[in-house]
Design a protein around this ligand. Structure first.
Ligand SMILES: [Zn+2]
Length: 221
């Protein structure tokens, strides 16, 4: 199990990097439409943790252990949770959110397993937005001639929140500022009269956007 890179999206939400990107895209879209993030019960689990769940489940099935308080757990060698691509979410009841997850590669792949309605697995070849950042995936829903201000943010290595508003479909004018209070929506709403969503992006993507905007501002291509 060495070599697996696990990326933390937020507390309790961990995936391998490609699945983390996919989750961020889906999460940004859900925030845009529902004003809240995706419900998350469980994502990445260590081999040890999954093995403990597997043992507890089998003990119960075989009649010598208490109910473990979770649904059937497979052996860690078979678990998409251990490989960092699984998501358990109560949002399986929301048809639109299931659709958004599916567009970003999170498929309900094991519906044949009883009690696994909540279980999604990220599959690269099903991810229609593979390689796109959260903000770019949201942009792709715009008409070509439509101009829209997009607001994104990330946390830098020093823990400061970096906020960026940029215009898509227009001249790329931008506003960039740091904040430490986390109250970015209020500031953006008043400064830009935005009612729309914000998306958390990676620091790398944020810096790339900033660099791109600097080039535009300087009039270069
Ligand atoms: Zn699961």
């Amino acid at each position: 199990m060495g070599g697996l890179v696990i990326e933390k999206v937020r507390s309790g939400v961990e995936f391998v990097p490609d699945a983390a990107s996919a989750f961020r895209r889906a999460d940004a879209q859900v925030r845009a439409e529902f004003g809240r993030g995706i419900d998350v019960n469980s994502t990445y689990r260590s081999w040890t943790k999954q093995l403990a769940m597997y043992d507890a489940w089998n003990a119960w099935v075989e009649g010598w252990g208490p109910h473990p308080g979770h649904s059937k757990a497979v052996h860690p060698s078979e678990s998409f949770h251990v490989s960092g691509t699984a998501l358990d979410s109560d949002d399986w009841r929301n048809k639109r959110i299931v659709e958004i997850l599916a567009q970003n590669g999170f498929i309900r792949n094991r519906l044949h397993v009883p009690g696994e309605d909540h279980h999604f697995e990220w599959l690269r070849d099903r991810d229609q937005n593979y390689g796109k950042a959260a903000a770019d995936a949201a942009d792709s829903s715009l008409e070509d001639d439509e101009m829209k201000e997009t607001y994104v943010w990330w946390r830098d290595a020093a823990g400061k929140q970096q906020n960026l508003v940029y215009a898509t479909g227009g001249n790329g004018m931008a506003d960039h500022w740091e904040s430490s209070d986390g109250v970015y929506n209020t500031r953006v709403a008043s400064a830009h009269n935005l009612a729309g969503p914000s998306a958390e992006i990676s620091e790398g993507h944020g810096r790339a956007l900033l660099a791109k905007l600097e080039v535009q501002r300087a009039g270069k291509r």
